[in-house]
Design a protein around this ligand. Structure first.
Ligand SMILES: *Cc1c(COP(=O)(O)O)cnc(C)c1O
Length: 387
């Protein structure tokens, strides 16, 4: 069979009609499934016969989402989880054991850093943090116990990028698994597996839902890896609900259209911000002034919706600008049709120490925008109120 193109897969993959012949995917809101006979129950439990048993294990709506996302990421298999954090936690707890070592990017989602430092570290798993873009630093951090490289590219909020293909050569040489959190670009703009990553992790809460309605997550990779992660999820319980699966499943239909529109709006905003007084610096991968622009242009098929900038005057000016906006929602969430505005130093990155903040370039004047799908002229006018 020929491989279908992205938008066809995004709309058609994983769709399985029931006898009611519904055109939109059904939501199977049920915790358990009934067997035709005692024999069938026994065969399902012994895995002699495939099929549903209990929604913590499998659910048809969840499976439809998993199949579709796997096709879009070019992965053999996918397991959905109740949130992005559940996906990251399940990946680590499945693939590592006491005594193992993780090399992780310093520039990751705040809660991922907290998960590693406060929870994973309690299980005798060592973590070394390195500068995302510095291939030599990844190489140097490897020990004989290293089992996992964990990163997000591009990073949030400043859009640092690592060369996934080059890093995957290092990881493969040492038998290390490379896991990429692809939340910020989604498969519409970046395919880590095609670049050599072993595992892709998603917070589907962000762009995959795309409309701020629910939490969801996913882990993707080879059948062998995903079977293990699925076993962990099935046993420990962070399974995705059928209703939330249906939301993110429908989100995938329009994913590439939305990502294109987010990127287009964000590019316009970044170019406009560069022209304004009272702004020290604009961070957007689409700008030629961004140090990682060239690499992003090769590795990604778009630059995404996150634009960050530093206002002159530090915290006071940043708060004044945020409070002056009337359209932007003041919230830490991102990847929504609604544009959002955040002060990372006091919110998403507030738990970092001053050293970590300064290392990650999270200054007091830094503002992060997640550019939504409103009219861009209205958004620019909204920002100019506080400048
Ligand atoms: C939000 C986010 C997460 C966590 O996802 P939840 O669905 O909120 O648990 C993980 N990684 C990145 C990059 C995120 O932005």
């Amino acid at each position: 069979m020929t491989t279908l193109n992205f938008n066809t897969q995004a709309i058609r993959e994983g769709y399985r009609m029931t006898t009611e012949q519904e055109h939109s995917e059904a939501i199977f809101m049920t915790s358990s499934f009934v067997f035709e006979s005692a024999e069938q129950a026994a065969n399902r439990f012994s895995k002699e016969e495939p099929g549903n048993i209990y929604a913590r294990f499998t659910n048809p709506t969840v499976e439809a989402f998993e199949k579709k996302l796997a096709a879009l990421e070019g992965a053999q298999d996918c397991v959905a989880t109740s949130s992005g954090m559940a996906a990251i936690f399940a990946t680590i707890m499945t693939l590592l054991k006491s005594g193992d070592h993780i090399v992780a990017s310093r520039s990751m989602f705040g809660t991922t850093i907290v998960l590693l430092n406060d929870i994973i570290s309690r299980f005798n798993i060592d973590i070394s943090f390195v500068d995302l873009s510095d291939l030599q630093a990844w190489q140097n951090a490897i020990t004989q116990d290293t089992k996992l490289f964990l990163l997000e590219t591009p990073s949030n909020p400043l859009g640092h990028v690592v060369d996934i293909e080059a890093l995957s050569k290092i990881s493969k040489n040492h038998g290390i698994l490379l896991a990429v959190d692809n939340c910020l670009l989604t498969p519409a703009l970046q395919n880590p597996i095609a670049l050599g990553a072993d595992i892709v992790i998603h917070s589907a809460t962000k762009y995959i839902d795309g409309q701020g309605r629910c939490l969801a997550g996913a882990v993707l990779g080879t059948t062998d890896i995903i079977e293990q992660v699925h076993g962990f999820v099935r046993t420990t319980g962070p399974s995705l609900s059928a209703f939330n699966a249906w939301i993110v499943l429908k989100g995938l239909d329009t994913l590439s259209l939305r990502m294109e529109a987010h990127s287009k709006n964000a590019m316009k905003m970044a170019l406009w911000l560069e022209q304004q007084n009272n702004i020290e610096k604009v961070y957007y991968l689409g700008l030629e002034s961004h140090p990682h622009h060239q690499l992003a242009k090769i590795q990604q098929s778009g630059f995404g919706g996150i634009v960050s900038f530093e206002v002159k005057g530090g915290l006071k000016s940043a708060f004044k600008l945020i409070n002056a906006t009337e359209i932007f929602s003041i919230t830490a969430n991102l990847g929504d049709t609604k544009s959002t505005i955040t002060h990372p130093a006091s919110t998403t990155h507030g738990r970092l120490t001053d050293d970590e903040k300064s290392y990650a370039n999270i200054s007091e004047g830094l503002i992060r925008l997640s550019i939504g799908l409103e009219n861009i002229d209205d958004l620019m006018a909204d920002i100019s109120k506080g400048l």
